[in-house]
Design a protein around this ligand. Structure first.
Ligand SMILES: *Cc1c(COP(=O)(O)O)cnc(C)c1O
Length: 423
């Protein structure tokens, strides 16, 4: 009899050292080509380490792009998810669960510390793009037809659904899908005068990333968020801060805007990536008027607020708090940034905490090639731009793993520089 608990029959077993290649062939035949060819076939993770289908080990310095903040197979997440799914795995949004309510309360106090009680509300989604999609709908509800314009920043990345894509700057992502929702205008990032000139009584919202991750880890200049808060308030527009990549401790504070602009209170903050520690979840946290702009029937989701995802997020929050991981992110991040800046071939180190953009010197091979070489040496990183390596490792990365990477990077760059000198 067929055992229904087992997945479909596997393909003929390939030679052990060809297992990855065989999976990649099957991937190409079965999965849409939206991501290009995957770099590796990964089968297992433990802490800050990963193993591929051929048995090779890697240090994970990308954490699923700022997602696995507690690393892989963290006992707190395993325990929380296992307990929740064996108790109650899903309910519709005709109902709620203790996990959902507790997470909403936690997110309000982490995002808006010191705000008056009962002034903030959360909408739970499943991803960053959905969190921003909901924020966009909040912006549309704000001022209605009288405020048709929404401002976003050049080089911004806010996601891939049609609304979030309309807020995303890169032409190659947008143009194949036009017409997109209208009214979005892009202004230069960090330029207060441009913002002042663009704002008016017809603007519903400004959306910003405190550190533009996909643009190569580029932090907004000092004073910009403060000015943006002042100018949007004067114009009656909402300030939406996209903390999908930077939030939940990655910067060394719960929210990057708490570090960059203490005292600035946005109307809306969006979260995802690290929030569930690897379980898909996103959130919109809004305060003041923005917290009640979406009413019954105006937005929804089947999976949003799922108790398993909420339990994972609660475990992430408890662990970060209980083990002072914010302090760890801050200390390791700043020490590592100094180490990396001393490497020959590194021009610049940008970012905050454990979201680090390593700017490569001119004349080196493209960062994508360097990233591929680093993977050969057992380090997973990525290249958001041709001149930048991005590091977004688990918060539990050891000092030794961080230093081992610095050593390998300096060897890889030294070789590249000497090849260039020799050519
Ligand atoms: C990754 C990201 C998104 C999109 O999140 P998804 O979960 O991939 O949909 C949105 N905004 C920022 C700043 C991001 O880094």
């Amino acid at each position: 009899m067929t055992d229904l608990s087992e997945p479909g029959s596997p393909a003929p077993a390939p030679a052990a050292d060809r297992a990855g290649a065989a999976w990649l062939d099957r991937y190409t035949d079965a999965v849409m080509n939206t991501f290009g060819t995957p770099g590796r076939v990964l089968v297992r993770g433990q802490g800050a380490h990963l193993w591929d289908a051929d048995g090779k080990e890697y240090t994970d310095l990308l954490a699923g792009i700022a997602v696995n903040c507690l690393g892989h197979a963290h006992p707190a997440i395993v325990e929380a998810v296992s307990t929740q799914i064996s108790t109650l795995g899903h309910v519709s949004n005709f109902f709620t669960t203790p996990a959902q309510v507790r997470l909403a309360e936690e997110l309000i106090s982490l995002t808006f510390p010191g705000r008056p009680e009962h002034d903030s509300r959360v909408f739970l989604a499943n991803s960053g793009t959905e969190a921003n999609e909901a924020a966009f709908k909040i912006a549309r509800r704000h001022g209605g037809a009288g405020r048709p314009r929404v401002l976003a920043l050049q080089d911004a990345f806010h996601g891939r659904t049609m609304g979030a894509l309309a807020l995303t700057h890169k032409a190659a992502y947008r143009e194949p899908f036009e017409p997109l929702p209208g009214g979005v205008e892009f202004i230069p990032a960090g330029d207060t005068e441009a913002l002042r000139n663009a704002l008016g009584p017809d603007v519903a919202a400004l959306i910003v990333e405190p550190v533009q991750g996909e643009a190569g880890v580029r932090e907004l200049p000092a004073g910009y968020l403060e000015a943006a808060r002042e100018l949007t308030r004067t114009a009656g527009a909402l300030l939406i801060v996209d903390e999908v990549q930077t939030g939940m401790g990655r910067s060394g504070a719960w929210m990057a805007h708490h570090l960059l602009a203490p005292g600035v209170v946005p109307d809306v903050v969006t979260l995802a990536k690290g929030l569930g520690g690897g379980i898909p979840i996103g959130a919109v946290v809004a305060t003041g008027e923005a917290a009640s702009l979406l009413g019954p029937g105006q937005h929804g989701t089947t999976f949003g607020g799922n108790p398993v995802a909420c339990a994972a997020a609660l475990a992430v929050i408890d662990t970060i708090r209980g083990q002072d991981l914010l302090g760890r992110v801050e200390r390791l991040g700043s020490a590592w940034a100094r180490e990396l800046l001393a490497v020959d071939g590194v021009d610049e180190v940008r970012g905050r905490g454990l979201l680090i953009g390593v700017g490569l010197a001119a004349g080196l091979p493209p960062a994508g090639e360097i990233a591929a070489t680093l993977a050969e040496h057992g380090f997973i990183v990525n290249a958001p731009r041709p001149d930048t390596i991005r590091l977004a490792p688990p918060f539990i990365l050891s000092d030794d793993d961080a230093s081992a990477f610095t050593t390998t990077l300096s060897e890889v760059l030294a070789r590249a520089l000497s090849e260039k000198a020799g050519s």
